[in-house]
Write a protein that binds this ligand. Structure first.
Ligand code: SAH
Length: 355
């Protein structure tokens, strides 16, 4: 048994079962034993990979999308180019390189990264040498200037709570201890005013998920964009409205029991994009766009063909496989979705349709 598992059990014995959000927070972010706090999960032999790590094309196209949006809103200077959960810094490096030729953009940009993991902050510092970067613990610390923000696979890492419908009330799914092992249980049913809008589209026994931390982040983004202009691009796996249990663990690129290896497996849940928009009600949001469709509209075919010209043999094969993985409907193309948010009246970034 690991030190974190011992501590979780002691805490449950002392104060009762934990919400999934409490369990996830400790597993992911505990300073000594947390999954993100202690490792680079994206490295070779890591537990999972992400679109920016699969191909440079992803960050490049997102960078050009942000640049066009910045130009469309009058190229304000200075502005914050922000990314919560930047991982190894790969996407920001690709964004920066791809936007080198945009007149005035680099001179106007301040890069703001929101990162909880000291290990990953160190990698980002190394990767982004020469860029004007500041790190923050929270989106509340973003400066009061126009904001262009992009989040890829950030919201899926934020702690969720789960509720199971019981009549007109809800039982919360909680983590307790049974026969010496961590086990899921259900709290007593209670009314949940924040889930009132889910009584019409759920049946008794259905599970819905909430993500209080995501709402806090969205409120900060809303405040900046509504007051100063800009845009937020959010890319993640999930759907418009959460229904069912999407809490999952990944360890060594395979699914794992989320309670089996606390602190040693990545824990995520699908993102409920409707909930993100509800937490930023004064912003205008785009239609939810499948990642494959967005990349196609942003010109991935032309970029892929251009890069292929300089590649031969196994490198060309790997490039083609990466293109496939990012765009194919059977791979990341449909499971991953993108949402853009802007101030009312501002143009949506390229590649996004109005609702
Ligand atoms: N965006 C990157 C990394 C995704 S992994 C990519 O696409 O490759 C999730 C990232 O979010 C990691 O950098 C992790 O350390 C960070 N993170 C997770 N929870 C966080 C929190 N509560 N606050 C800030 N960063 C967090």
């Amino acid at each position: 048994m690991t030190a974190l598992e011992d501590r979780l059990k002691a805490r449950i014995a002392a104060t009762g079962p934990l919400t999934l959000a409490e369990y996830m927070t400790d597993c992911l972010l505990d300073p000594r034993h947390g999954y993100y706090a202690t490792r680079d999960p994206l490295g070779a032999g890591g537990d999972f990979t992400t679109a920016p790590e699969i191909s440079q094309m992803f960050g490049e196209l997102i960078g050009l999308c942000l640049a066009q949006s910045w130009l469309d809103q009058g190229a304000p200077a200075p502005f914050a180019l922000a990314e919560p959960g930047p991982g190894r810094g790969t996407m920001m490096a690709d964004i920066w390189r791809a936007t080198r030729g945009v007149p005035g953009m680099h001179a106007a940009a301040q890069v703001h990264l929101i990162e909880a993991s000291p290990t990953l902050r160190a990698m980002q510092r190394e990767r982004l040498q020469g860029l004007p970067v500041c790190w923050h613990d929270s989106t509340d610390a973003l400066p009061d200037i126009p904001l262009w923000l992009v989040a890829n696979e950030f919201f899926d890492a934020l702690p969720i709570r789960q509720f199971q419908r019981d009549g007109a009330g809800w039982r919360e799914r909680v983590v307790g201890v049974r026969d010496g092992a961590l086990a899921l249980g259900l709290s007593d049913p209670a009314p949940r005013p924040e889930l009132a809008h889910r009584l019409s589209d759920t049946l008794p026994g259905d599970i819905v998920e909430t993500c209080p931390a995501a709402a806090t982040v969205m409120a900060a983004i809303e405040n900046q964009i509504a007051n100063h202009g800009g845009a937020a691009l959010i890319i993640d796996y999930g759907d418009w409205r959460s229904l069912g249990d999407t809490f999952q663990a990944l360890r060594k690129q395979a699914f794992d029991d989320p309670l089996a290896h606390p602190g040693n497996a990545d824990l995520t849940a699908h993102v409920d994009f409707e909930a993100l928009t509800r937490a930023a009600p004064s912003l205008t949001h785009s239609a939810l766009t499948p990642q494959g469709v967005l990349l196609d509209r942003l010109g991935i075919d032309a970029r892929a063909a251009r890069l292929a010209q300089n590649l031969r043999g196994p490198a060309l094969e790997a490039h083609r496989a990466a293109y496939q993985r990012l765009t194919d409907t059977a791979e990341m193309g449909t499971l991953f979705k993108a949402l853009a948010l802007v101030a009312p009246g501002a143009p949506l970034p390229p590649g996004f349709d109005p609702v």
